[in-house]
Ligand binder design. Structure first.
Ligand SMILES: Cc1cc2nc3c(=O)[nH]c(=O)nc-3n(C[C@H](O)[C@H](O)[C@H](O)COP(=O)(O)O)c2cc1C
Length: 192
């Protein structure tokens, strides 16, 4: 089984989502024999914005990197995303990754009945961090966006490990992190 672990926080060691995504990946590593993990830190190693030159494949090195990112996503059985809320949405570094994996004919296609996701059979766990509280609020363009775009490309099995309100107070942050750690889903669902 292959796990793809992506981080995008710009806050380094102070990041809530890095702590949570690492805990999710570690849990999978502990519990899934033979698991292999690919890791990309989009803050340290950003992907260029998608431009007209990208779509035209004008730069062979960029086109090769884009294909590598797509194949790495397609090969993964499980995707663990560290996804902070920045300005109500996701960091632009993470959006740049989404722009490389949402590819017509590869991960989605349009049919006479509408769009169809092609990257099926995967599970995604999103480590979500936000300074304020946005659950069930129209101000959430972060988790709702990720859920939508992942479903659009066929990834409908998406779970969120969420620490929110982390900017309210140090105590609130500690409590939110503890609750998020306690909510990390089991890698292998056991029969009841
Ligand atoms: C550039 C930036 C933009 C942010 N925008 C928002 C926001 O729109 N709403 C919010 O609730 N928190 C916002 N925050 C707070 C973060 O969501 C919060 O610090 C969260 O913990 C980020 O995850 P991280 O610790 O992994 O970086 C922002 C933080 C930064 C650095």
């Amino acid at each position: 089984m292959k796990l793809l672990h992506i981080d995008s926080s710009a806050l380094g060691a102070n990041s809530v989502t890095r702590e949570l995504s690492a805990a999710v990946a570690a849990r999978w590593q502990d519990e899934v024999p033979g698991l292999t993990i690919d890791y990309r830190d989009l803050d340290a190693d950003p992907i260029p914005h998608l431009t007209g030159r990208s779509l035209a494949k004008a730069d062979p090195a960029e086109a090769e990197e884009s294909e590598r990112i797509l194949q790495q996503f397609l090969a993964a059985d499980v995707i663990v995303l560290g996804a902070p809320m920045y300005n109500f949405g996701i960091p632009s570094t993470l959006k740049a990754w989404v722009d490389r994996i949402a590819v017509a004919g590869k991960t989605f296609r349009y049919t006479e009945k509408g769009p169809e996701g092609l990257a099926t059979g995967k599970r995604a766990i999103v480590a979500s961090g936000r300074g304020g509280i946005h659950t069930d609020s129209p101000s959430d363009f972060q988790e709702t966006y990720l859920r939508h775009v992942l479903a659009f490309i066929g990834v409908t099995n998406v779970e969120f490990v969420r620490a929110e309100g982390v900017a309210y107070s140090p105590q609130h942050r500690a409590d939110a992190l503890a609750a998020a750690h306690a909510s990390i889903p089991l890698p292998l669902r056991r029969a009841a």
